[in-house]
Design a protein around this ligand. Structure first.
Ligand code: 4AD
Length: 430
């Protein structure tokens, strides 16, 4: 019976065959412990000399790291391991011997590991992070489907830029200039006018010269957009969505969270509603804390966000930023034109901003004025302006950065570990 490690609980005390790699091993005189991995999980195989005989025992003891094989054995329950099961090995058939695997069990530096990312992904820690990433993606589809959203796919190659023009990757589109998408938002607004509530999930590109633990050049974003939703309605969707994905990971990724040593109590309290403070209140808080380096109209930096987040157990919304700090499309507060109806959601424990969102301007004249003020070419936004010509409605949306969210929920320090092949300032390989 050929099975995967994930399925072993169904085969207690039965003999099974598992296609696996050797992640690690140790042996005493008469017993060899094989740390097996098969993609679905990790499991210990125990080879007892007296039971398997000299020849197989010697072979098992000499297996090298990352050798691939079919392992036959009897599934036993094992209370001492977090996984709960082990395999009493009865046979090993090597498929391919791995020689001099570069990532040995000792500690390696991050650059070496990133150079070997194609192999590093096999480690137990990276496996856990990728499984959590997968669970967040799965839960995202579940949440938005159950809330009546339609998944739509905005283009990657675009002619116009939603988030400003400085961080764009330019390319040629035959004879025309084109850009890699920074955000699908403008297209999501168009599809929201067709389908009501929509969300996208796709790669986005930012030619940002930032070398921090929160910045990737290529990252994945989930971008919901909702017709007839105002700022406050959107905040409610955001807090419910984020609570849902955290609770889904807690429910379905216990082993992975334990592998990563994540403090579960920190995640258990992530339940809507989330606290909200305005930019003005944030500034007052920071000044009271002794941050003299920031004045009204300045953007919040990572240390400011961290200081604010530290006062809360849950993610916190910072709302109503100065209009001058934000993109052209955000709706000014009708009561106070110098701020916009927007919010950044700051994750706890210093993980920084995971969501940026806003209510969008739906008045044509105001949108034209803002495009002009930002020095953008109205021709490039013709189609976008038409959304305000034909049955314009209030609408709102947001973008959640997947990698920062994975980093926070997994408790890993740097976004480079949260995407299979990170694109960083100095790294396009592997
Ligand atoms: O705040 P941002 O720039 O918002 C937008 O792009 C909007 N158009 C989204 C929308 O309303 N539909 O980016 C949204 C999120 C950030 O909060 C952050 O989580 C993530 O995207 N993000 C990055 N993640 C990794 N590396 C980078 N360089 C990122 N830049 C933004």
């Amino acid at each position: 019976m050929k099975i995967t490690i994930k399925e072993v609980s169904k085969y207690l005390n039965q003999e099974v065959v598992i296609g696996a790699w050797l992640a690690n091993k140790r042996s005493s005189g008469k017993i060899a412990f094989l740390q097996l991995r098969d993609g679905s999980g990790f499991m210990q195989g125990v080879v007892v000399k007296e039971e398997v005989g000299e020849e197989l025992f010697a072979r098992a003891k000499s297996l090298t790291q990352e050798t691939s094989m079919y392992v036959t054995g009897i599934v036993k329950s094992d209370d001492r391991s977090p996984f709960g099961y082990e395999l009493q090995v009865t046979n090993v058939e090597v498929i391919h011997e791995s020689v001099d695997y570069p990532i040995t069990p000792k500690a390696h530096g991050p650059e070496f590991l990133l150079d070997n990312r194609h192999l590093w992904l096999r480690s137990k820690r990276q496996h856990a992070v990728m499984k959590i990433r997968n669970e967040i993606i799965r839960a995202t589809y579940e949440f938005f489907n159950q809330e009546g959203f339609v998944k739509v796919d905005p283009p990657i190659l675009t002619g116009s830029a939603p988030e400003g023009t400085t961080e764009l990757f330019a390319t040629k589109y035959f004879d025309e200039d084109a850009f890699l998408s920074q955000s699908g938002q403008l297209y999501m607004e168009a599809t929201a006018m067709a389908l009501g509530k929509v969300f996208s999930f796709g790669p986005t590109f930012r030619a940002e010269k930032s070398k921090t633990r929160r910045h990737l050049i290529e990252f994945w974003m989930i971008e919901p957009e909702m017709a007839f939703y105002q700022h406050e309605d959107s905040l409610q969707v955001q807090e419910q969505y984020v609570s849902f994905i955290v609770q889904s990971v807690l429910k379905n990724c216990q082993l992975e969270l334990n592998t990563l040593g994540r403090d579960l109590t920190k995640l258990e309290q992530i339940q809507a509603p989330f606290p909200r403070i305005t930019y003005d209140e944030a500034l007052k808080f920071l000044h009271d804390k002794g941050f003299d380096d920031i004045k009204w109209g300045d953007d919040l930096g990572a240390p400011h966000e961290t200081a604010i987040a530290e006062s809360y157990d849950k993610p916190v919304f910072i709302t109503h930023y100065p209009t001058s700090l934000k993109p052209f499309y955000m709706q000014p507060d009708p009561e106070r034109e110098e701020v916009v109806l927007c919010a950044d959601l700051i994750a706890p424990e210093g993980y920084g901003e995971i969501i940026g969102g806003s209510e969008r301007i739906h008045d044509l004249a105001l949108m034209e004025q803002r495009i002009a003020e930002h020095g953008l070419s109205p021709e490039a936004y013709n189609w976008y302006l038409e959304l305000r010509k034909y049955g314009s409605v209030p609408h709102s949306g947001f973008g959640l950065g997947l990698e920062r969210t994975v980093a926070w929920i997994s408790g890993v320090d740097h976004v480079r570990e949260t995407i299979p092949f990170p694109r960083l300032l100095n790294r396009l390989y592997p």
